[in-house]
Structure formats: C-alpha cells, structure tokens
Design a protein around this ligand. Structure first.
Ligand code: GLU
Length: 419
C-alpha cells in the first residue's frame, strides 16, 4: 500500500505493479521498502499574474523517485487533474523506464494543476517561470532534468531553460530536454515518443507473425504522442480507423488521411468537424474492432469494466499507466499482446537522453543518427522484455517491470546504505 501522503488511485496502481515485480524477483525487503516511495516530493505555490490584473496561485509539484542510476529525469505535466499521488506514480514509472532501456538516469515527474487551454500565452509564461524559480534548487543538468509531458511543449521548455539560465548567469541548455532546436534541442525529439511506439509495434508484429500493411488501428489521444504514432503507422500502410481526443472523436472505415487530419487539428479544436470522417462517441474508441489499439491519453483508461470488450490483438501503450492491474489480467486471458508503457513510450526519454548528452558535449547529431540509435535501443529492449516474459512465463508488463526494477535494485545494493 502507498504511504498516506502519496495516496491516489494512480499511485496505488504503480505500487501494486512494483510489488508484483518485487515478489517475482524475490527482492530484498529493505530495498523494496525504499523503492515503494519517492526520494523527495516538493509541493510549491505558484503565484501568477493573470490577464485581468489579479493573481492566481497554482499548485505545482516535482517528485523525485530514485536517482541511483543517474540524475532524475522526467516530464512536467499541465493538466487540471495533476496531484501529488499522480505525479509520484509517474515518477516511479520513469525510474523503471530509464532503467529498462539502459539509460544512466533516474526517475522524476512534475506538474501544475491547471488547464493550459484556458491560459493565455502571458499567463502560461508567468506560471512556468515562477514554477521554475520555485524548484530551481532541486533541478539542474547533474541533478534533475525536466522535459515535456501532457499539456507542455517545446515553448514551455524554452522558458524553463531561460529562467534557470537567468538565475545562473549563463546559458544552461542541459537543464531541460525537449527544447526547440534553436536553444539546444535535438532533432527528432518531438517525434520520438510516437516513433518509439511504432518501433515497438513493428517488433510485436514480427513476433506475432502479423503483416502491418493489412492491419488497422485506433488511437486514443491526438496530442504529440497520438498524432505522431498515427502518422508513422499510416506511413507503414496501417489503416487508422479512428482517433479521439478529450473533446471529440472521428472515424473513417477506409482509414483516416492522417496528414490532412493533423493540419486540420492545428486550426480546428474539434476533431469531429473533420470533413473526411464521421463523428462518434469517443468513449467507444477503446472497444472498436481493430488490430492495434494505442491508448495515448491519460491513466487508467482500460479497466476491469471495459477490458473484456476490447477487440484488438495488440495494445501499445503510448500513455503512462493506461491499463489497470485488473484489466491486465483480463487482457492476458484474452491473449491480447500488451506492449507496456515503460517500453512502448520510452522513445521520448531515450531521445531526451540524447539531447542531454549533446548539450553537455556541445556537439549535435543528425536526425538520422538520432532515429537510428533510438531504434537500436528500443529494439534491443523489446527483445529483452520478450525473452524475459518467455523465460519467466509472465506477461510483457511484468517482464518489463522485472528488468527495470532489478537493475535499480542491483545498483542500490552495490552502492549500499549511507547512514
Ligand atoms: N514525459 C515523457 C515520459 O513520460 C518524457 C520524459 C523525458 O523525456 O524526460 O516518458
């Protein structure tokens, strides 16, 4: 059970997943007790001048779960539902994700409870800069390196980099990743998570003997991860039958023209107004008949309630924590092949790692180099997870968690306890 302070449905779920891996690994109970909770959790007040002249105080968080393998790493989320428990769960998942794919980085996450769509550019900038100032002593290229997550983007990262640099007195690009290329970002970072999702789908299809050119897909979420995944899948000949976002959903039985849909979305907030598709209730998306289902939105979307009605062969988790442990059991019985979040969506943090390395060396790579190295890392990680799942007779999620957790635990045991 999660410790009271961090208690929330998402954190209960992350701890439950961790406990099943710990049990299967026969993890040292002292190590397990420590890994169940974060190293450090900050809650900050973020007073922000709003456009009507008043001041609104937002609540911000940064949770650092574990840095035994290297500096803390993880995104910053702007969403109305952000809370300490959710951020803690996301921070723990970052620890396993970085460890699983072999990065010398730990796990963290941050966020502000706000609706970014309701904030003007000025308000967003003011809030971001003040949040950065509040967490300034806890981040840095050697300490903790934030990145984008739901509701944040390269502009937000540029403001964080600038605020941090202003305080230090010189440019510190390595303090965040996911920055614009003009201020030390890397080529290929924006697309990296979606690309990574598709690299792991390619491996899953090979393993299952499925021809992707004959496959169909449905995608929940059409933000950065969902839209890039859709585009890359369409590029492989996969028919993208349906996509949805927070407010609407659109379908086309012949396959949606994804490039046109992406262009449309830039100017029109509602997907269901797209002329080359039909609108349908978004809550039905997960239950559509398709080969590949990509949840690329929030946590706990595939649950005990709807898992039995899924009609796909592969679930590729673009989101963090989209499937509850009860739903996992149902999917296992239905023989749905799940590519778990810490593997499927690890492309983002892998390319964040490349960005950080390039910033520290002041030496930048081509996009081809970035994509090639990303693919190598994810393909190797996929094969390791698959081998572990076959050897240990466990599903892909437990196999991925076992690999992620065991590497962190091994490093903790080598380093010992400082008392
Ligand atoms: N927010 C992304 C994730 O959940 C990326 C984190 C990063 O690049 O540090 O993996």
């Amino acid at each position: 059970m999660a410790t009271l302070e961090w208690r929330s449905p998402a954190n209960e779920m992350a701890v439950q997943q961790f406990e099943s891996a710990a049990q299967k690994l026969n993890l040292d109970p002292n190590v397990a007790a420590r890994l169940k909770r974060p190293d450090r959790a900050l809650i900050v007040s973020v007073p922000t001048r709003v456009d009507d002249g008043g001041v609104h105080v937002f609540t911000g968080y940064r949770v650092q779960h574990n840095d035994v393998l290297g500096p803390f790493k993880g995104g910053i989320r702007y969403h109305p539902d952000v809370n300490l428990g959710e951020v803690s769960a996301l921070a723990m998942w970052m620890t396993w994700k970085c460890s699983l794919v072999g990065l010398p980085l730990g796990g963290a996450k941050g966020g502000i409870a706000c609706d970014p769509a309701e904030l003007s550019r000025n308000e967003l900038q003011g809030m971001t800069r003040r949040y950065t100032a509040e967490i300034l002593n806890f981040i840095g290229p050697e300490v903790d390196v934030p990145a984008p997550d739901m509701g944040t983007n390269e502009q937000i990262m540029a403001w964080i980099m600038d605020t941090y640099s202003q305080h230090k007195g010189f440019a510190v690009p390595g303090v965040v990743t996911g920055k614009p290329v003009a201020v030390g970002g890397t080529l290929g970072r924006r697309e990296a998570t979606g690309r990574g999702v598709v690299y792991t789908i390619i491996e899953a299809a090979k393993h299952l003997g499925i021809d992707l050119a004959k496959c169909s897909a449905a995608i929940q979420g059409f933000g950065n991860v969902g839209s890039v995944t859709a585009k890359e899948l369409a590029g492989l000949g996969v028919k993208v039958l349906a996509v949805s976002d927070r407010s609407s959903a659109v379908t086309n039985g012949k396959g949606l023209p994804i490039d046109e849909l992406i262009q449309f979305k830039e100017k029109n907030p509602r997907l269901d107004k797209f002329p080359k598709g039909e609108k349908f209730p978004g809550d039905q998306l997960l239950e559509l008949k398709c080969d590949i289902l990509v949840p690329a939105a929030g946590e706990m979307q595939i649950t005990r309630e709807n898992a039995g009605r899924l009609k796909c062969r592969i679930v590729a988790e673009g989101a963090n924590g989209p499937t509850t442990p009860e739903a996992d059991e149902i999917l296992r019985d239905k023989e749905v092949f799940v590519i778990p979040d810490i593997l499927a969506n690890a492309g983002g943090v892998v390319v964040s790692y490349f960005e950080w390395v390039q910033d520290l060396q002041n030496f930048f790579w081509t996009e081809d180099e970035v994509n090639k190295k990303l693919r190598e890392i994810l393909t190797r990680a996929f094969q390791e997870v698959l081998r572990t799942s076959q050897k240990e007779k466990v599903d892909m999620r437990l196999a991925a968690l076992m690999l992620g957790v065991s590497r962190v635990a091994r490093a903790m045991l080598w380093r010992g306890l400082y008392a």
